[in-house]
Design a protein around this ligand. Sequence first.
Ligand SMILES: C[S@@+](CC[C@H](N)C(=O)[O-])C[C@H]1O[C@@H](n2cnc3c(N)ncnc32)[C@H](O)[C@@H]1O
Length: 381
Amino acid sequence: MALLNAVRVNQGYYMHHDMLGEKGDFVTSPEISQIFGELIGIWYVSEWMATGKPKTLQLVELGPGRGTLTDDILRVFNQLGTLLDKCDISIHLVEVSPKLSEIQALTLTGGKIQSEIDVTSPVYMKGISKAGIPIFWYRELQDVPQGTSFYLAHEFFDALPIHKFQRTEQGWREVLIDIDPKAPDQLCFVLAPSATPATEYFIQGKEARDHVEVCPDAGILIQRLACRIQEDGGAALIADYGHNGNKTDTFRSFRSHKLHDVLIAPGTADLTADVDFSYLQTMTQGRVATLGPLKQQEFLKNMGIDVRLQVLLQNSSDTAMHKHLLQSYDMLMNPKKMGDRFNFFALLPHQRLAHSDQKVNLQHSKSLSAPVAGFGELVWK
Ligand SMILES: C[S@@+](CC[C@H](N)C(=O)[O-])C[C@H]1O[C@@H](n2cnc3c(N)ncnc32)[C@H](O)[C@@H]1O
């Protein structure tokens, strides 16, 4: 699995084409409706206010796709102009794909990028947003400067490589990928003949499931985020499909919006596995408080999606636009569509929650909401 995902990242899938949208392999929430990113923008401003309005605000997005989510967030920041007036805002994008970073630059800067970059710097591209905010591109989170930062990862963790394990009569075995002995041009799943080091390391004695998937890269990344937030403050919002340590076999692939055999033509289809939020929580090692996972429909409701929808409907008399707004609302909120499938999970400094209700009910903490009513300065346009 790790091998297949490495092929996906390094040799093709994300590197050289735009897989998002109707003509691609899958559609993500920010591409469905502008409301999605706008409400996430409100959440960040609310967290920035709750941390005492620090003078700098670094927004760091991991895997920004086409840049649509950050673009929608920046529109909200712009609308809140007077509130953020004295704040030094910068955008930091962690992206491995040359193709997608090119599209992000177009979305966010209209093509105003600086290509002459100091080769000793981890910044591989720089630009200025339409509203004059500096934007920097990196390949890894470790390269993003330290400092109070607000991190965002939407449909990013599910793209990271996983290990798969299966319980057998001989004990736990890792599921590996091999050349199919019956068809040398094809791949097949095989069980490791004995326990691999990964099996020893990742399978807990009390494990009750028969199949387990573990994403060590997600564990490392969440540790890094937790350390940064513990040291410098800020917050992280992770949104993805996932579970709380109870699902088994979720590794799958999509091509042209249809399920695809994960072993066929690696590098040409989207490989994905549900995010184990309980594992993410464990891997924070108590350095930060965690909230969620909270279903997407609840998060967006808490953030005021209904108010925003009404304003957009009132602003337009175009029936095609009304239809689009209502259909995209349904896609994001309907429990049978994305409403229950996607979850929001947040990391916050412990002190941020010291006087709130975090000990009562983390699942539904008010910190995964920021009612628009609290934003006197924001008049939705
Ligand atoms: C499924 S797309 C999600 C895009 C976007 N967040 C959205 O929701 O529309 C995954 C994104 O993560 C990037 N990506 C995948 N693996 C990565 C890695 N190891 N490091 C940095 N970026 C990566 C991809 O190039 C792509 O931009």
